[in-house]
Structure formats: C-alpha cells, structure tokens
Ligand binder design. Structure first.
Ligand code: FCB
Length: 489
C-alpha cells in the first residue's frame, strides 16, 4: 500500500513509529481510554451464554498404540501414500493423551467454561464391538475429572470420524446398518460410565462431511468413491446410527443428560435480505439438508429429496425413520462458510442457488469462504424451520497462515478479524431471540487437520509440533476478552 508515493513501512519510519514499537506509555493511554467507553447492555450476549472451545480425539491425542487402543480407519488412511498433503500422520499429533492436564490449563487460561472433546471409539472398543477396553475409558474419566476440577463443563462427542478399522473390515463400516447398531451399543456403554459428570452428549460430528468426503470424494477415511445410490445408503445408516445412539443414551444416562447431533448443515444465505429471499433460503435449508437434519427433526425424507434421488434413494423402513427422529434436546451446528447464496426462484421453483465468483474471498483453507452472516442464518433457519429451542454452535473458527515473530509472538489479526465479524452476526441472532446457548471455538490449539496434515492451523494456541510447545496467539487474548465481557470486543 502506498501513501502519496511512500510505502507503508517507510511512512511509519518517517513518522517515527512502527506497528510493533508503539511506546508502552502510549499503549497504556489507549487501553485506559478504551476501558472508559461504556458498553451498552445490548452489546452483551445473554446471561449464562456458554463460551467454549473444541477439539477431536484423533486430531490431538496421539498415543495410537497405547493402553490397548484399537486401529481406526484414520490410522489406516494416513499411512496410505499421497492421502495427506504433508505426508504426516496423527500418530503423535499434539500428544494430548499425555499432556491433557496442560491442555485443560490452556482452556482455563482463556476463561472458557465449556470444552467439547470427542471419545475415540477404538480406545473403548478396540474391535468396534465385543470386549471393552477399560483403560480406554479411563483416559476420558481422567480428562473429565480434570475439566470439572478446573470449572469447565465437559461436552462429549461420541463419533468424530475415527471408526474402528475392525468394523470397516468386517462389514464395510457405515455401508452396513450393523455399524449403526454397534455405534448405539458403544454410545450406551460410554454414557452409562460418564453421564454422572458429563451432562451434554453429541452423537455424530458432521454427517454431511463424513459421507461426502469419506464415501464420495475419497479425501477422508475410508477413502471411497461410491456411486450415488450407495452414498445415499451410507448417509441413511449414519442417520440411523445417530437415532439409535440417542435412544441408547436415553436408556443408559443419569437424569438430566442431554443429547443431540453436531452437524455442518448446508448454510443457505439470502443474497439480499428481502422476505421472499429469506423464505427461499429457508426452503433451501430444509431441502439441502433433507438427508440428515431434516429427517432427524421431521421423521421423514422430504418428497423433493426422494424425487431428486429417484432410483438412488436409500432403502429404509418406517421404523428406521422413527429411530432417526428420536427426540433430541439440542441441535449442534458447525458453521464455517456459506454453502449457498439464495434468491427466490422463478417459474415455480421455490429457490435459486447462485454461483460463487472466482473472486469470492476465503481464509487460509480454500474451502473456508468468508461469510460472517452464516453464523446468523444457520441458527436462525434451524430455530424457525423446526422450532428448535436450544442450539449450540459446536464449531466455528478459521485457519490462518500464522507467523511466529522473532520474539515468539503470533499476531493472527486475520483470525481476529474473522472471529469478530462472525461473532457480531451471532450476537445479532441471540439479540433477536434465536436460542443459541453456547459457542465452541474451533480450535483450542493447532492440530492434525485431516488431509491437510499440519499445514492448516486453526488454533487459539500455536503448537510447535517438534517440541509440543503451546503458545497463545493474539486471538487467544481476543477470545479471553470476549469471554470476560460476554460481548464482541
Ligand atoms: C470441521 C471438522 C473439524 C475440523 C474443522 C476445521 O469440518 O469437524 O474436525 O477439521 O472442520
């Protein structure tokens, strides 16, 4: 950027200051002035709003061979040639299995009151079914106790993509309804043992992604590229797995335990906010999510979904749909990007989906298109369409090409920009009465980002994967302040 022919750097030099070298006196003055500006009460999120962070087992734990853990489909997948961009594995990852106490300390430092983690199925049932491995669950008992001792409420996800390889080998994993039944057994077993302390349970993380990327595009484990009919059948089995798990949680839980999905719905944004476009975006939300969230909340596959699928529609029974739509206590939404911009349709079409221009901006991950308003519309559509009374944002955050400065700081101002704008839209939702109860920032710390290996960093804490050193980024201070003020800062 040039100011009348001067480069920004040169301009700063001439003016006698540089961005990182403002005198501490001046900085103090700014801080004092800022704290004096009164914040209107309406800027606050609702009282009791739960601020948290999120991770998943496979992305941080490491210790893949320890204490009787079985092999997961991701263990197998990462060791196939060419699947992970930097040829890395998650064999060690963040070594969280051994460092969980330090990591709980990081959450406490933020002032966050909630933490969403996932339980690794192959730790608990190394063969997917059959004999449990008590040492596997012991780890989560230790983690939960440590969280509670630090005043942090644990939210457990039962399935964040690390299916026991044994189930893949035995009957093709989610290609078989036997996996849905095995998942329910595992869900009941875990719930019985943790629900004295864990009061909120998510069944499956991101059905949409695991089906598309794992069984259609071959970029996630198990790395398949199936015909559409089989993809639809896999999705049906995952939906069934969710429903049977909800029933198993109910059957085994202590009183007061709540359960629901954590889904990355296709987020549909009205391109221009007119009543007709908003209605079109609502209809699009219902139809584009018909294979999972709509089925869960309505107990049926929509007519349009079945007509569109035609001969590729999944095979199912009325009992399946009943199980899939077992009542839930909340809906978890992972919201990152706008899947669709929508306007009202023409010629009898209820909606039209608009193409993305090549110049549409994105963050460090090319899929992560920027649309802060996604965090307004996603929960608003879900509340409006299905009268859902309790919503959690189970994931939101961004990758950034973080640079460590010479003095070891990470000034991730692009992540702060992203979060501030998304949270502003979330605040719009809560202030209009959309019942969002909490927000889990993805992620607590940099971790193994699936097929992107360690190249995409999503953390509030930077991780040096050679030394396992965790360092707070500037965004950690930002989030700390958001939590402290219960407001966008
Ligand atoms: C979500 C996943 C999570 C992480 C973020 C960036 O789709 O649930 O594990 O990879 O994306």
């Amino acid at each position: 950027m040039r100011f009348n022919g001067f480069s920004r750097r040169r301009f700063a030099k001439i003016a006698g200051w540089s961005a990182l070298a403002i005198s501490s006196k001046a900085a103090e003055g700014v801080a004092n002035a800022a704290t004096k500006i009164p914040k209107s009460a309406s800027a606050a999120f609702p009282g009791g709003f739960l601020w948290g962070t999120a991770t998943s087992a496979y992305q941080i734990e490491g210790a893949v061979d320890e204490d009787g853990r079985g092999v997961s489909i991701w263990d197998r997948f990462v060791h196939l040639k060419g699947k992970i961009v930097d040829q890395s594995t998650a064999d060690v990852a963040n070594d969280h299995y051994h460092r969980y106490k330090e990591d709980v300390g990081l959450i406490r430092e933020l002032g966050a009151r909630a933490y969403r983690f996932s339980v690794a199925w192959p730790r608990v049932f190394p063969d997917g079914t059959g004999a449990p491995n008590p040492k596997g669950l012991d780890f989560y008992n230790r983690l939960v106790d440590e969280l509670l001792a630090n005043g942090i409420e644990p939210f457990a996800t039962l399935y964040h993509w690390d299916l026991p390889q044994a189930l893949q080998d035995r009957f093709g994993g989610w290609r078989s309804r036997d996996t849905a039944k095995a998942f329910a057994d595992y869900a009941g077993y875990v719930t019985e043992r943790i629900s004295d302390r864990v009061k909120s349970i998510f069944t499956i993380n991101e059905c949409a992604r695991l089906v598309q990327a794992g069984f259609g595009m071959a970029i996630d484990a198990p790395g398949l590229s199936l015909p559409q009919k089989e993809i639809n059948q896999v999705r049906h089995h995952v939906a069934l797995g969710h429903g049977l798990a909800v029933q198993a949680v109910r059957a085994h839980a202590r009183r007061g335990t709540k359960v629901g999905p954590a889904e990355n719905i296709d987020v549909c944004i009205p391109a221009i906010e007119t009543p007709a476009n908003v209605r079109a975006a609502e209809i699009a939300t219902r139809e584009l999510n018909a294979g999972y969230l709509t089925a869960i909340l309505e107990g049926k596959y929509t007519e349009a979904f079945l007509a569109y699928a035609g001969a590729n529609a999944p095979t199912f029974t009325p009992e399946d749909l009943k199980a899939i739509s077992s009542p839930i206590d909340f809906v978890g939404l992972n919201v990152y990007q706008p899947n669709q911009y929508v306007i009202a349709g023409e010629n009898g079409h209820p909606f039209a989906l608009l193409p993305f221009a090549a110049t549409y901006p994105h963050m460090d991950s090319s899929w992560l298109r920027i649309a802060p308003e996604a965090l307004y519309w996603a929960p608003r559509h879900v509340a409006k369409l299905w009268n859902v009374k309790s919503i959690y944002i189970t994931e939101n955050g961004t990758s950034a090409a973080d640079q460590v400065t010479e003095n070891g700081k990470i000034y991730d101002i692009d992540r702060i920009m992203f979060l501030r704008n998304y949270l502003t839209q979330l605040h719009r939702a809560t202030s209009e009465g959309v019942p969002v109860r909490g927000y889990f920032l993805w992620s607590l710390m940099d971790n193994f980002e699936w097929s992107d290996g360690y190249e995409k960093r999503f953390g509030l804490y930077h991780v040096d994967f050679k030394t396992q050193r965790r360092t707070p980024k500037l965004s950690a201070s930002f989030y700390q302040e958001v939590i402290r003020q219960n407001a966008v800062v």
